[in-house]
Design a protein around this ligand. Structure first.
Ligand SMILES: Cc1cc2nc3c(=O)[nH]c(=O)nc-3n(C[C@H](O)[C@H](O)[C@H](O)COP(=O)(O)OP(=O)(O)OC[C@H]3O[C@@H](n4cnc5c(N)ncnc54)[C@H](O)[C@@H]3O)c2cc1C
Ligand code: SF4
Length: 342
C-alpha cells in the first residue's frame, strides 16, 4: 500500500542566507530513510506515465520499487540500463517539466520526487565505489567498430555511453582542456559539483570510452582524417556555445559580460577561488539581462562573488519569467521554494 502523503519528502539544503555566499552544493540529498519514505509514495503504476516523460525512458517505477525495498544497488542498476549519467540527471534534469509533470500522483498532490530518488541511487553507488565496495561495471564485449564523438557535453557523453555499452570502441574529442561541456563550464558548482561530472566521466572510462581533450575537430584534426584513422562513424555534439548579443549600444563597455564568459570564468576556471589564474570582476551592484535558467545561474554566481544587489532585468512580466524563482530548475534542482535573495 503506497504512502499517500501529499507532499514530496523535502530534501535537506543549505540555508538561503548561508548558501548565497558560498559555492558548495545547495541541495544535500536524501538520507536512506528519506529515500525509502519518498519511494513508498510511488503507486508503481502498470502503465507508468512518468516513463513517457523521461527522454531516455528510465524504468522509473522499477528503480523506485528497488529503493522502497532497500535494494539501492538494484535501483542504480535499473537506472543504468538506459541512462549513462544518473548523478548528473538526478541533479539538473528538468524533472519538473518532464517525468514528474506526468506522474499521476501530481494530479491531486505533489508528484513523486523522481529526480531526488535518482540522485540518491547515484550518490549511494558513488559512495560505495569510493569505498571499493561497488560491483565494477562489466566491460562490454567489443564489436570491433570505432566511433568518434566530437564534443563532451551531455549529448556526447550520453552517445559515448550508449555506444560503449553496445560494444563500440568510442573516442570522445573535446576542444577544451576538461570534458563535460556546459556541465563544467556553464552550470555552477553549487548546482552540479564538478567532482560529480568527473565521476560520471570516470564511469564512461570504466566502460572503455577514451577522451582526447585540447582537440578542436575541424582544426586539430578534420572529420575526413578521423575516417582515415579508422573511425566508421562520427557523432557531432558540439553544442550551441556561442553567446547571442542584443546589438545595442554599450555592449562592448568594460564590465559587460556574456553569461558564457562570466560563467566559464567562474566555473571552469574557478575564478571565485583565492589566487585563481583567471580574474573575474566582483562588483557590488549587478544587472542580469534575461530571465531564463542561464540568467538565474549568472545572478546567483554574482551574489556568491559578493554582490550586495543583483537585479534581473526582463522584458516581460514576472509571471512570464521562464525561470521563476519559486521552484523549478533555478531553485537548486531540488525544487524548493526560495526567496528571491537566494
Ligand atoms: C548556464 C547554463 C545552465 C544550464 N542549466 C541546465 C539545467 O539545469 N538543466 C538542463 O537540462 N539544461 C541546462 N542547460 C542547457 C544544457 O546545458 C544544454 O542543453 C546542454 O549542455 C547541451 O549539451 P550538448 O552536449 O549538446 O552541448 P555542450 O554542453 O555545449 O557541449 C558541447 C561540447 O563540444 C565542444 N566542442 C565544440 N566544438 C568542438 C570542436 N570543433 N571539436 C571538439 N569539441 C568541440 C565544446 O567545447 C563543449 O564541451 C544549461 C545551459 C547553460 C548555458
Ligand atoms: S507515474 Fe508516479 S506514481 Fe506512477 S509509477 Fe511513475 S512515479 Fe510512480
Amino acid at each position: 500500500m503506497a504512502d499517500m502523503r501529499p507532499d514530496k519528502t523535502k530534501m535537506p539544503s543549505q540555508e538561503p542566507s548561508v548558501r548565497a555566499r558560498n559555492f558548495s552544493e545547495v541541495a544535500l540529498g536524501y538520507t536512506a530513510e528519506m529515500a525509502v519514505g519518498e519511494a513508498n509514495r510511488c503507486l508503481n503504476c502498470k502503465n507508468p506515465a512518468c516513463v513517457a516523460g523521461c527522454p531516455v525512458g528510465v524504468n522509473i517505477p522499477g528503480f523506485i520499487k528497488k529503493i522502497a525495498e532497500g535494494d539501492f544497488d538494484g535501483a542504480y542498476a535499473v537506472i543504468s540500463e538506459t541512462s549513462s549519467l544518473p548523478a548528473i540527471c538526478g541533479r539538473v534534469c528538468p524533472q519538473e517539466s518532464q517525468c514528474e509533470t506526468k506522474c499521476v500522483r501530481g494530479i491531486k498532490t505533489e508528484p513523486v520526487g523522481i529526480g531526488r530518488l535518482e540522485r540518491f541511487a547515484a550518490d549511494y553507488h558513488s559512495a560505495k565505489k569510493k569505498e571499493g565496495a561497488a560491483v565494477p561495471a562489466s566491460k562490454p564485449e567489443k564489436n570491433g567498430k570505432k566511433v568518434a564523438v566530437v564534443g563532451s557535453g551531455p549529448a556526447g557523453l550520453a552517445c559515448a555511453g550508449d555506444l560503449a555499452r553496445l560494444g563500440y570502441g568510442v573516442t570522445v574529442f573535446e576542444a577544451l582542456h576538461t570534458p563535460g561541456g556546459v556541465l563544467v563550464y556553464g552550470i555552477p558548482e553549487f548546482r552540479l559539483p564538478k567532482a560529480i561530472v568527473a565521476e560520471e566521466i570516470e564511469g564512461l572510462c570504466d566502460l572503455g570510452v577514451k577522451f582526447e581533450c585540447n582537440t578542436v575537430v575541424g582544426r586539430t584534426v578534420s572529420v575526413d582524417e578521423l575516417f582515415e584513422e579508422g573511425f566508421e562513424a562520427v557523432f557531432i555534439g558540439t553544442g550551441a556555445g556561442l553567446p547571442r548579443f542584443m546589438n545595442i549600444p554599450g555592449e562592448n563597455l568594460n564590465g559587460v559580460f556574456s553569461a558564457n564568459e562570466f560563467l566559464t570564468r567562474i566555473n571552469l576556471m574557478k575564478a571565485y577561488r583565492e589566487g585563481a589564474d583567471t580574474p573575474v570582476m566582483r562588483p557590488k551592484r549587478v544587472a542580469v539581462v534575461g530571465g531564463g535558467n542561464v540568467a538565474m545561474d549568472a545572478a546567483r554566481c554574482a551574489l556568491r562573488l559578493g554582490a550586495d544587489e543583483v537585479s534581473i532585468v526582463y522584458r516581460r512580466s514576472e509571471a512570464e519569467l521562464p525561470a521563476p524563482c519559486g521552484g523549478g530548475r533555478a531553485c537548486e534542482g531540488g525544487g524548493d521554494r526560495l526567496p528571491p535573495s537566494h
